[in-house]
Write a protein that binds this ligand. Sequence first.
Ligand code: SAM
Length: 841
Amino acid sequence: MPPQTQRKFYKDYPNVIEEAKKKYRHIAENIHKEKHLGLARADEATRCDCSYAPGVDEPSVACGAGSDCINRFLYVECNEGECPCGDACQNRRFKQRSYAEVDLIYTEKKGYGVRAKQVIPRDGFILEYVGEVMSDDMAEKRKTAYRQEGRTHFYFMDLQKGEVVDATEYGGLARFINHSCKPNARVDKWIVGRQLRLGIFADRQILPDEEVTFDYSAERSGTTAQRCYCGEDNCRLFLGKDDSELVLEEEPHEMKKADRVPYFLAVLQLTLSKEPKIFRRQLRRMEICTVTEVWKEFVNRNGLSMIRRYLQHFISEGFENDDIVRLLKVLCRIPVTNRAPVVVANIERTFEDIVKARKHPEIRRLIALLEKKWKDLPQAPLIRRALTPATPASTPLSNGKRSRSSTEDNDKPEASSSDDLRSPKRGRSSSEEPLEQLKTPESEKNCETDSKRSPSSSKNSPIYKDDRNTSLNSHTNTSRQDSSLLTASSGGYRKSGHDISDSYRSHRHHRDARNPDDGRSGYYSNSSPSPRKDYDVRSLHDSWRPKKYSPKDDNDRGNSSSEANSPMKKETDRPKYESSRDFYEGSRQSYPQYRSHHSSTVDRYSRRFDPYRRSPPRDSCNGDDNGKISWVNKFTGERTSQKIKAMIDTTFKTPEGIPQGLVNAKIEESLYRQRQVEEKAAREAAEAAAAKAAKEEAEKAAAEEKRAKDARAAAEAKRIKLARKEKAANYEAMKSKNVITFDSTEAFRDEYRKYVTENAKKFENQLSVELYASQCKKCADKAVEKELRSINEDDKKSKRSTQAKFVLNDYLRKKLSNFVTTYFEALIAKQSKAKGKAKEE
Ligand SMILES: C[S@@+](CC[C@H](N)C(=O)[O-])C[C@H]1O[C@@H](n2cnc3c(N)ncnc32)[C@H](O)[C@@H]1O
């Protein structure tokens, strides 16, 4: 027992039990969220060997402290109606709610706490820890929710593997017991009926007005580490289960501003290879971030790639499944609105690796969820501009902001260099810009508006008109029709089948080959330009830019390429434009000569790339309209001129008089649609197969889990049986150790008394001299009488002489020592209770 001076008393604190009870719903017994939860995985109570004679025996004999009750020994409560001691059985404390007398106080740093109001003997039952019994998964969800709600106190306690008691909403007074690094109580798990229950027991004698505390590190379900204010000299500074959860501050702050995202990504990158507890802190920051703008920026800045790297790191370094689950949960919350960032991050490949590496059901569930969620997202418009010279006015994806297409770049000065675009100050990075081009209702509307603005294209182009009102893919198709027309000039159309993501992948492959460290895209635009440069969408897009366009004057709109006279000749002269719309507007002001000829800029642009136009506009071919090459695709090397394009459109006709270009486009379109259908069917079949396989796998995993569970239960039962056997053997062994045989009852009585007095010595200082002496004698007499009685009973049963049985062995010594302890502790407790009452009066 620690010296009296180390105890902390909270005598002057008011009792706040009524106020505290308003914070939760008080319950007397656990609430089980599911039927199978809270069941003990070990044996239930058996009928113990105790016997109790009312009025003759001490009450504690009836399965009380110090008795030989086998159930009590095994932390199992005796069952009502089964115990030989009947109603006197003292091993039914959970069932009878034999709680110690306590009340509640409010402390400055720890919140509410529990205060003892009586002497609680060592091993005395204080309270049951009741709450909602739930699975680990549910508890995890609740913890996250509680953290998000900003709660400071947590009430989770581990019950058994996979099960937790949460006393946050529903609980008892035990939910208020605080942690101490030098506690006076502990948590024991007891089997009561078929259930496992948590009890708080005194680890030493607790005096009135002392705070009841136990050590959370042993029992409480891990939440984020919180600072400990127990004030003990051995204080470990933090509450919680696992040192690795300790963090430098109590809780990382939430990211609230989108402009902090680049910084955050840099931190993520830096912490990736650091100690787990450091990057778990970043993980935590992601968990608590609820600002949509931040997440959008995160996605736009290729944050998914960073998450992929984290996931890969977790697998390769053999991290706990918990970390992966946490990260996947964060992923589930990230607002991804089209497939581009997913494709860019190549995160789905990593999912496959995780599924292969980890059999954890929650991980699988989350991955399936993410895959399903992302699968149906609109296709990525990422590369469209890069690979096809699209018409800005007619793009169905422009979403109100027209992009810088090659067309614009062709006719107007460059808005900014690709580096400019990446600069965080000047605008958004090139990688993020396309991600904004979502196919939203708004973009659809814009598309319609654009088509109205461009009557020539819609009138002359039934397919195009149709396409623009359908989908992103249709748009791609349109671009590809254009491409097919180009190809047709060399003798036929090509079955150009690559879709956006294919194009992207091939480009990505190209890039990766040169620059194998692929994880960096998106973050290094400032600090490390080289890996980023190769992957600049804008530079791809520039590759499609027609040759220089340098109008000399009003009448010469592009037929000559005199650079000397070009208004674009000096970089510094060029106005900078933030968006393509600004670009148009700016150019109108900067180059007034254009206005007279291009009253409708939109129309002009639409006409230029409309594959169905009757004749090419004079000004459309930059630099050269005489049949020379004006278009070079840097990727395919295709070369063609406006004239040839126009010729295909207008000159070659079918016998029915339909322009060959249109026919080609139609064929191309039907091939495209057919391919779409085939691809869809193949995708669906693959998905169905995958779903079937996943189901089978899950069933297999469940069966395995069940088998393992059964095996565990069997092993536990075996262990208990062995423990019992061992205990019985111990008793037997003790009976044969240090045996003294007595010739007479008197000699036997003397030895017993002597032994009792020796054992009672430790209580001498807690009682007055007279009382101690008298009680010592009384206790010894009782012990002797009890033993004589049991010897007599034994003799009666076995019909042997009493004389032969007067022995003292280790077994009896232990029994006697327990008897003395119970006797004196009960006496002292009774006395202090009486004193307390007297004081109150
Ligand atoms: C089970 S509750 C205990 C009751 C809690 N004090 C209240 O007011 O409801 C656990 C929470 O109490 C606080 N707590 C318990 N022991 C603490 C200690 N030694 N130092 C600081 N806070 C403590 C922490 O916020 C912890 O999450």
